[in-house]
Design a protein around this ligand. Structure first.
Ligand SMILES: [Zn+2]
Length: 427
């Protein structure tokens, strides 16, 4: 089913209008309308009719109740079959009765299926136009680095706006000349890809003139932000989205705001100090597969209010995902070490570390990959990192951790995460 340029434009104008003239809160009318849609989900119908509180949803529960949650009578087995088939053939246009089927990234055992109808796709494109690309009467070229070639944006291309897609499965070196020749106005890619692009610009001694850089899909870390800002000579914007929703985006003042225009976001605090929380989202625009009180396992830090005028919550940091917290068992107590602690150790151990990964692979074994400019110094830097990591673990009462130096093991088509827990026995 082809999406329509006119309906995208109407949705785009609506977004603009509501932002300018209405308050941030979601209106009761919108909530009532949404409830009607949700009534066609057998799972939620029961809850609404019995006047019960919506339960907190997570990926496992969501997938378990897939057939009852969706409002378009699609069975999990047929959706999964189709999604895997299209993943293999890299033809990303599978659909059943006009409903597109998508797989969310994640380890193979925990992949989710996401359904979208035509209207939801149009909303998505309108939101990207409104929040990410912005409006301008000048001619602009957008370079998009994506996991899958996406024809969604074909509908909105015009004389003023063109899109070029770069498949992230292809090594970046093969894209770089095309990218330089294209000389895009806007570049959208995940931070690990932006880093490679920036390094290539430096290597080829080309002065980038890209006007807007948008980081998507992965956590943009402070050192990456700093490096990219210096290479591209402008601020780096962020869009924090996932298959479950359009969660946050950078405002004019450079702060990351939660998208509370059509998402209701509850917070589940993870620590006593209430620094960290998981967002629990309800998306008032989703129809084919209601997202109701869906708890994401991203760890967010709340920031202070912003001077841009938006009242929506400011996020000071996306720390990572809860299933990447390092969990140890010591004398029958559980010890959780958050990704930020590990990050700080590496950054402060040596300023020569350009990139790294720290992966918990067994109950007491950690693999560390360090990228340093001068390879002769690697051994010494690793020794320092190892010592500092052991000091950190000791401060939590954890001893005897086997820390091993390894090479980078990352498939470009997967999300790059520096701190990873692959020993997920405890989660
Ligand atoms: Zn702001």
């Amino acid at each position: 089913m082809k999406i329509s340029k006119t309906s995208i434009l109407i949705k785009f104008l609506k977004f603009r209008f509501y932002r300018k003239f209405k308050s941030n809160s979601i209106s009761l009318i919108k909530k009532r309308k949404w409830k009607k849609t949700v009534l066609s989900s057998p799972y939620y119908k029961n809850i609404i009719l019995k006047n019960k509180e919506f339960p907190i949803m997570n990926k496992a529960l969501f997938m378990e109740n897939f057939n009852l949650i969706n409002t378009v009578q699609i069975k999990k087995s047929e959706a999964l079959k189709l999604a895997f088939k299209s993943e293999k053939s890299r033809d990303f246009t599978p659909s059943i009765n006009g409903i597109s089927i998508g797989l969310s990234s994640g380890t193979s055992g925990s992949r989710g299926i996401f359904l979208t109808n035509k209207k939801e796709k149009e909303i998505w494109v309108a939101a990207i136009l409104d929040r990410v690309i912005g409006f301008s009467l000048k001619k602009r070229k957008v370079a998009f680095f994506l996991r899958a070639n996406n024809n969604l944006y074909e509908a909105v291309k015009s004389k003023l706006l063109s899109f070029t897609f770069f498949d992230i499965k292809t090594p970046v070196e093969q894209h770089i000349i095309t990218l330089i020749e294209l000389n895009p106005t806007i570049l959208i890619a995940q931070p690990s890809m932006l880093m490679k692009i920036a390094q290539n610009y430096i290597y080829l001694k080309i002065q980038p003139t890209i006007q807007k850089i948008i980081s998507v899909a992965e956590v943009l870390e402070d050192d990456q932000k700093e490096y990219l800002t210096s290479v591209f000579n402008r601020p780096i914007d962020q869009v924090y989205q996932c298959t479950e929703g359009f969660l946050a985006y950078t405002c004019k003042k450079g702060k990351l705001h939660l998208n509370e225009d059509w998402l209701e976001i509850e917070k589940r605090y993870l620590d006593e100090k209430q620094d960290r929380f998981h967002p629990i989202i309800t998306d008032y625009l989703r129809e084919s597969q209601p997202i109701v009180r869906y708890e994401l396992n991203d760890i967010l830090h709340e920031g202070f209010s912003c001077s841009c005028g938006s009242k929506s919550t400011v996020i000071s940091k996306i720390e990572g995902r809860s299933d990447d917290v390092f969990r140890f068992y010591e004398n029958e107590t559980v010890v959780d070490i958050y990704p930020d602690f590990i990050r700080r150790v590496i950054i402060t151990a040596s300023e020569k570390v350009k990139n790294y990964t720290v992966v918990l692979i067994e109950a007491r074994k950690i693999n560390v990959y360090l990228e340093v400019a001068d390879k002769n110094k690697l051994e010494n830097i690793f020794k320092t990192v190892k010592k500092e990591l052991n000091t950190l673990f000791l401060s939590f009462g954890i001893e005897d951790i086997n820390i091993v130096s390894v090479d980078l093991n990352h498939d470009q088509t997967n999300k790059f995460r520096r701190i990873k827990n692959e020993y997920k026995k405890s989660f």
